[in-house]
Design a protein around this ligand. Structure first.
Ligand SMILES: [Zn+2]
Length: 371
């Protein structure tokens, strides 16, 4: 049995609450942390129809990208669609959990998946928003366990510096210890001083992954009492942010690449500002409404910027900057949220042998249609 508290903690490993922008409202919106969760429904948006869908499918939790409660609420009653949604959810014991800008920002989140779908390689952050402090971990392991422990550290989120992953430093040495009366030592005997060949592994961990890495390390370590140090690196940090910028393997004309965008994101009609014959190599993206970053994408040397929800005058700004711009739609650049969360939970379920179901909403919440 798994409860809502545990699901919330699993979700926060994919997109930590701490990574959301200051004005955002992410996390559990409605629900009882102690309730058992048997089935999760994943949707981009939340409204009464989605709650009804959850009811039909016997889901006890809806995970959405767009938060239900965003600018605060003054009342909950049947005259507003938000009120009706909350009432229906609470009456039927259906919880609602949302990720938003934390999912846009997260490594392996929405923008990384979008870049992946659009064949954009070597991606960096487009707009740096949050500074994440780095910690240094030094852990002692017996010689024969070092390789395994190092892999666990990396898998749990340690060892990333810039575009380098799995970074660590290893020193061989000799550890000494005297097992006390109530111990059950992995090596050595009670009451006898023991000297062991040990390996000290040093690696870095971003602030938001510290708990995860330490927990994983302690679980994998053979020692009863693990010797490790963890300390903050006061002058080192890494940035998290919205949007990505990277490159295509080979340059394509704007026309050719636009066909790929349509195909990969299932878009009927694409709004394009630019010269169809222009060669596109460096591409910036931002899922959802990212028109605020037109100048930034241009300043960072993008040949093309892809986002959604671009207004007329914002498109004129791109024109003035001579930047190719594609408005691929807010909905169309974010609907991939559903497959992202589904895939993540399937992996977590398998790895931890958890018992719950995951289902994808099939209600179309895009207010736009094309003729
Ligand atoms: Zn959005």
């Amino acid at each position: 049995m798994i409860n809502l508290q545990q699901i919330v903690s699993i979700m926060s490993k994919l997109a930590s609450h701490r990574e959301a922008l200051e004005w955002d409202n992410v996390g559990l919106q409605v629900g009882d942390y102690n309730n058992e969760i048997k089935k999760i429904l994943v949707a981009l948006d939340i409204n009464v129809q989605i709650v009804e869908e959850a009811l039909e499918k016997n889901a006890d939790l809806i995970i959405t990208h767009h938060p239900l409660i965003f600018n605060g609420i003054d009342n909950i009653h049947s005259q507003t669609s938000k009120g009706r949604t909350i009432i229906k959810a609470i009456k039927n014991d259906i919880a609602i959990y949302s990720t938003h800008t934390n999912m846009d920002i997260a490594e392996g989140g929405l923008n990384d998946l979008l870049a992946d779908k659009l064949n954009i390689l070597n991606t960096k952050i487009l707009s740096k928003e949050n500074e994440i402090e780095l910690y240094k971990l030094a852990v002692h392991t017996p010689y024969e366990n070092a390789e395994e422990i190092r892999e666990v550290l990396f898998n749990k989120g340690a060892g990333k510096i810039g575009n380098y992953s799995k970074t660590s430093f290893t020193i061989k040495g000799e550890g000494t210890f005297l097992p006390g009366e109530d111990t059950n030592p992995h090596i050595g005997k009670k009451g006898e001083i023991e000297k062991v060949d040990e390996i000290k592994i040093e690696t870095v961990i971003p602030e938001n992954k510290v708990d995860n890495v330490i927990r994983g390390m302690l679980k994998a370590h053979p020692y009863e009492e693990v010797a490790y140090d963890i300390y903050k690196l006061p002058y080192q940090s890494e940035f998290k942010g919205i949007g990505r910028i990277g490159e295509l393997q080979n340059s394509l004309s704007l026309k050719e690449y636009s066909e790929i965008i349509k195909n990969k994101l299932n878009i009927e009609k694409l709004k394009i500002r630019g010269n169809m014959e222009d060669k596109i190599k460096k591409v910036a993206i931002c899922s959802g409404a990212g028109a605020d970053f037109i100048s930034l994408a241009n300043a960072k040397g993008a040949d093309l910027y892809i986002t959604g929800d671009v207004k007329y005058h914002e498109a004129q700004l791109a024109e003035a900057l001579d930047l190719n711009l594609v408005d691929a739609g807010h909905f169309e650049t974010e609907i991939i949220f559903k497959e992202l969360v589904e895939k993540y939970f399937k992996k977590v379920k398998e790895e931890n042998k958890l018992e719950f179901e995951i289902s994808i909403s099939n209600i179309n919440t895009n207010p736009w249609s094309y003729l």
